[in-house]
Design a protein around this ligand. Structure first.
Ligand code: NI
Length: 158
């Protein structure tokens, strides 16, 4: 199902500060929901993002897409971090929703847990679990923050 490019909301849009609602599991297989996933994927790819959370297109639900290799995107529905390493790492982040007055993405350093374990439902509605480190761990933490109304600029290390 081809996705449509959706408008991305920018800070300080209030939807970006809402706590997103969990998705009802029975809803996952419905065509309207699959269309939303396709739209999120298309929008992320078009904007060259590493990930996108549904609130960024104005949908306050717990849905994330993360860019993978060979057009294999990862969809995380109702994601929940179940383990976090004590070890943390500092790295640079940007966000499609955080731009300067000229429309350019702003970058900054953020500290994240080095390793995490995350439980979620995939786009078929199957319960999954992923152990992530490095870039994937960082992107998952960044995107899950969006579902809690948190932006990376709230966590900047100065
Ligand atoms: Ni972001």
């Amino acid at each position: 199902m081809p996705g449509k490019i959706r408008e991305i909301l920018h800070h300080p849009h209030p939807v970006l500060r809402q706590i997103a609602s969990p998705v009802e599991e029975e809803k996952i297989k419905l065509p309207e929901f699959q269309q939303l996933l396709a739209d999120m994927e298309e929008t992320m790819l078009k904007k060259d993002g590493a990930g996108l959370a549904a609130p960024q297109i104005g949908v306050s639900e717990k849905i994330i897409v993360i860019a993978g290799r060979d057009k294999k995107q990862m969809f995380l529905i109702n994601p929940k971090i179940t383990r976090r390493s004590w070890a943390k790492v500092i790295g640079e982040e940007g966000c499609l929703s955080v731009i300067d007055s000229r429309g350019h993405i702003i970058y900054g350093k953020v500290e994240r847990h080095k390793h995490i374990t995350c439980q979620y439902f995939d786009k078929q509605g199957k319960k999954k679990r992923v152990q992530a480190d490095e870039q994937l761990s960082r992107v998952i933490q960044h995107e899950i923050d969006h579902l809690e109304g948190i932006l990376f600029i709230d966590r900047l290390i100065v």
